[in-house]
Design a protein around this ligand. Sequence first.
Ligand code: NOJ
Length: 524
Amino acid sequence: MSTHPWWQTTVIYQIYPRSFQDTTGNGIGDLPGITMRMEYLADTLGIGAIWISPFYPSPMADFGYDVSDYTDINPMFGTINDFDDLVGAAHRRGLKVIIDWVPNHSSDEHPWFVESRSSRDNPKRDWYTWRDPKPDGSPPNNWLSFFGGSAWEFDEATGQYYLHSFLTKQPDLNWRNPEVQEAMFEGLQFWLDRDVDGFRIDVAHVIMKDPDLRDNPRVPDGWERKFKSHGEYDEFLHIHDKGHPDNHQLFRDFRALLDSYQPERFSVGEIHIPDWDEWAGYYGEDLDELHQPFNFSLVHSAWDVEEIASRVEAQESAIPDGAWPNYVLGNHDEKRLTERYGAAAARAAAMLLLTLRGTPTLYYGDEIAMTEADIAPEDQQDPWGRNLPGAGRDGCRTPMQWDGSEHAGFSPAATATTWLPVTDDYSQRNVATQLDDPTSMLSLYRALLAYRKGSPALQTGAYRRVEAPAGVYAYERGDSVLVALNMTGEPVAVSFPGTVALSTQGDGATTKLLRPNEGLIIEL
Ligand code: NOJ
C-alpha cells in the first residue's frame, strides 16, 4: 500500500460548471449535470478528484469569481441538496471533491460590501480597503486592476475609493481585519462539514498587500514579462499590491483549520509568481501552509524540450524537502492546450502531464482535444475580453462536447441557445465518437490514466532526465519506467532499452524509432 496521501497520487480534473452539463435547459451547466456525469469521470475516464470552479450565489460579473454568499449555491447551478448529492455520488465512486474558494474579493453585491459602502462609520467599513482620494481627487496610489484601469473605484456617496484588484464589482476583502478572517473561515467550515475534500484558492498570493499601500514601481528597461500580456498592467512591478509576506501567516492559520478535519483535506493555491523560491515559499517552511501552490510554468512554456525540461527541473529543485510537485497544462483562464502547443503536440502533452512526478490537473475537454473557440469581440462574455481586446477567456470555456446531437449533448435538445456557442467541430469531436475509436485522444487519456493508476513508478517514483537525441525529452520514473517524447514533427531514431508499454499513437511502436510527435512509456 502506498504511504502517499491521496492528493499526491490522484489526478485532478477541473470542471467549469457553466460548461460541463446542463440538465435544466437554460443553456448553462449545473451541479446535477456533474452528478449525471459521475460515471464518466470516475469509471470511463478514471480520474481521482474533481475541482469545481465557483458555483456560489453571484451576479456573475466574473462568472462566479464574484461571490455574494460564501455558504450557498447559486440557484442557476442547483441547490445545497444538489451539492450534497454530488458529493455523495462522487464519494461512492471513490472520487474526491475539491471546490473553489475566492478569498481575495467578494462581489460588490455581497451583504458585507453593501454594508461596508453604506457609510464611513458602518461596522463593516473596514472589512474592505477604503481610502481618501489624493488632494487632487485621484486614486490613493498607482495600483492597477488586473482586468484594466485603476484598482480603485470612487464611491460618490461616502467620498472614498475602494480597492478592487480585479473588476470594480470585485472589491478586495481586508484580511488585516481579524473579523474578516473569522467570517471567511466560518465559510470554509461550512463546506468542510459537508465533506468537501479540499479547496482550490483563487489568487492566493494576492490576499495580503503592502499595509502602507505604496505605489508599485515601473518595470526597469529590458525587463522580460513571464506571463501572458496584461496590457498596461505589465508596465509595473507588482511588488506592493500582492505577494506580501503576511500571506504566510494566513495560510498557516488556514492549514491548521484544514488539518483539524479527518480524513485529510487538501489545498492548492492559484499562485502566479515567476520566482521559484518565492513560489515554493507557499508550501510553508515546515510544510504547514498550502499542500501545493499551482505550478503554471508549463502553461507559459513553448513546446520545446529544453524549455520544458528546465521548468520541470526548476520545480524539482525549488520545492522544499517532503513537498510534492504538481503540473497544470490548461485551465479556464488560458487558451486551450491545442492552441498553445499546437494540435500535433497534444498527444505527447497528455503523456507529459500524466507521467511527470507530481499531481496533474487536467482541464475538462482536453481529454477530447477540444479546440480554442473563436468568439467574435461583440459576442465576448468574459469581462476581461471586453476590457482588453485579445484577453478574452471564452474560447477555452465552451460547452463540453458529449456527443453529436443538438448542443453536443451539453444541453437538452429543446434548449434555445447555450451560454457560449458549442464549438463548430462537435459533431466529429465528442466523447461518444471518441469512445468508439481506439486511436482517439480520449482513448489515449483513458489508457494513460489507467496505466498511471497501476504504476507505482509513475505515481511516486523519482524523476531523472536521461540522455536522448535532439528534439526528444526522455526521463525515467523510479527505476522501472522510461518516458520518451518526440517533441518535433520529424521521426527520430533512438536506442532505448526495454519494451514499449504505451504509445501515444496507440499502435505497434518500437524503442528504436520515435515517429513525429510520438510519446512512449517504456518498461525497463
Ligand atoms: C483567477 C480565476 O482563475 C479567474 O478566472 C478570475 O477571473 C480571477 N482569479 C479573479 O477572481
